[in-house]
Design a protein around this ligand. Structure first.
Ligand code: HEC
Length: 112
């Protein structure tokens, strides 16, 4: 019985820290989206004639791999954005590397 309670408490803690991590990722992703290039990715992407990132992720046409490729190398009117993302204060404060920063941004866009 005691063991069960300890196990349950442990599971609850794991679930809670998982949720806290997801919240942190989304918060950092939002800061990147709002602040990159001074005015944020939305300066271009909240305009309907440019790719709608959240809609494309939800539709399955913008995979995590394409996302990374376009951000890293740029494409047409889309500037290379990786350096800009890594300069973000929230990313630096969290000690995120490139993959973690892109994961956070993708996760934020999935929920936006
Ligand atoms: C100066 C305007 C501008 C800014 C700022 C900008 N983008 Fe873009 N982005 C574009 C344009 C235009 C395209 C379409 C490029 C093409 O296909 O020719 C694009 C395409 C993309 C794509 C590919 C979308 C798809 O469905 O294939 C991704 C991912 C992307 N941008 C992410 C971002 C992120 C993240 C930021 C902020 C860090 C950002 N962009 C900032 C203009 C911009």
């Amino acid at each position: 019985m005691k063991k069960t309670i300890v196990t349950l408490a442990g599971l609850a803690l794991i679930a809670l820290s998982g949720a806290a991590f997801a919240d942190e990722q989304i918060a950092i992703g939002k800061k990147i989206y709002d602040r990159a290039f001074g005015r944020g990715c939305g300066t271009c992407h909240d305009i309907s004639s440019n790719p709608q990132l959240t809609a494309n992720i939800k539709a399955g046409t913008l995979t995590r791999a394409t996302f990374e490729e376009v951000i890293t190398n740029g494409r047409g009117g889309m500037p290379k954005a990786l350096d800009e993302i890594m300069k973000n204060k929230a990313v630096a404060d969290a000690g995120y590397g490139k993959d973690q920063a892109l994961d956070a941004l993708y996760k934020y866009l999935e929920t936006k």
